[in-house]
Design a binder for this molecule. Structure first.
Ligand code: ATP
Length: 255
């Protein structure tokens, strides 16, 4: 896995979400959302606080149950499959806040992720190849690592299970820009393995930098979809904040 990145063209669909609606009590947090993630693709879900991004990711991971709609993975309907079976099939979530085992070492956390891992390109050695700094710190308790280092361990722990779909929730939260940049540098190495990445980002610029396609949510609904190249900053701004494009006189000046 060298650093020379060559874009992998979209291939077969790995994940297909069809007209998904998810509720928290009476609140419709995800409202009739459909999306696809193909092999080697990075789909960025962007949206403001409370837009439904985490609920969407949790539902795909099997940690929330949808009210209506379906989730298919490599052609199979997995809408009713419990979370740990989705992991076995090849869907791994890196949750917001990392949720590592703080009293265990870095390497022990990776071993937890590799327990009953699927066949695939990732093992602990290849995680160390992705993040070479880990080798010297491998016996350190994760509690003593920085926020960025812990986030890298969380990504590594998800990867050693050899997922085909990697769900990343707010990788950048609370981290310095340079740290975020370093974490995102590994994305090309990951997608080169044919993995589809579905990531949630509040940092729109960061989402646009790494994404093959962008899916914007506004109050649970799809407000915009497209490739970073075809979407203007004004369209994204309005899809993110929800104001009417035609109400803004300066819209054309700022695109
Ligand atoms: P953030 O970036 O703030 O995490 P988000 O886009 O991930 O936002 P969600 O966390 O999915 O959005 O929340 C969507 C909506 O569902 C919000 O209105 C939120 O208040 C509500 N919500 C989320 N989790 C729960 C819960 N466990 N119980 C009740 N309501 C919830």
């Amino acid at each position: 896995m060298d650093g020379a990145s060559k874009e992998v063209p979209p291939r077969a669909d790995l994940l297909v979400v069809n007209e998904l609606s998810v509720y928290h009590g009476q609140l419709c947090a995800v409202d009739n959302v459909s999306l696809r993630v193909g092999e080697g693709e990075v789909l960025a879900i962007i949206g403001a606080n409370g837009a439904g991004k985490s609920t969407l990711l949790f539902t795909i991971a099997g940690l929330h149950r949808q009210k209506t709609g379906t989730i298919s993975y490599r052609g199979d309907d997995i809408s009713r499959l419990v979370a740990h079976r989705r992991v076995r099939r090849g869907i791994s979530l890196v949750p917001e806040g990392r949720r590592l085992f703080n009293s265990l070492s870095l390497e022990e956390n990776l071993k937890v992720g590799s327990h009953k891992a699927a066949e695939g390109p990732f093992d602990i050695a290849s995680i160390y190849a992705l993040f070479p700094w880990m080798v010297d710190r491998r016996h350190q308790k994760v509690l003593l690592l920085s926020g960025g280092e812990q986030q890298a361990v969380a990504i590594g722990r998800a990867l050693v299970a050899n997922p085909k779909v990697l769900l990343l929730d707010e990788v950048s939260l609370g981290l310095a820009p340079i740290v975020i940049e370093r974490l995102y540098e590994v994305i090309p190495d990951i997608v080169r393995q044919g993995i589809g990445v579905l990531l949630v980002e509040q940092d729109v610029a960061q989402g646009l930098r790494v994404a093959t396609r962008v899916h914007c949510l506004l109050e649970g609904k799809t407000s915009l979809v497209g490739t970073p190249a075809e979407l203007t900053s004004v369209e994204i701004e309005h899809a993110y904040f929800g104001s009417d494009l035609h109400d803004t006189p300066s819209a054309s000046e700022t695109s």
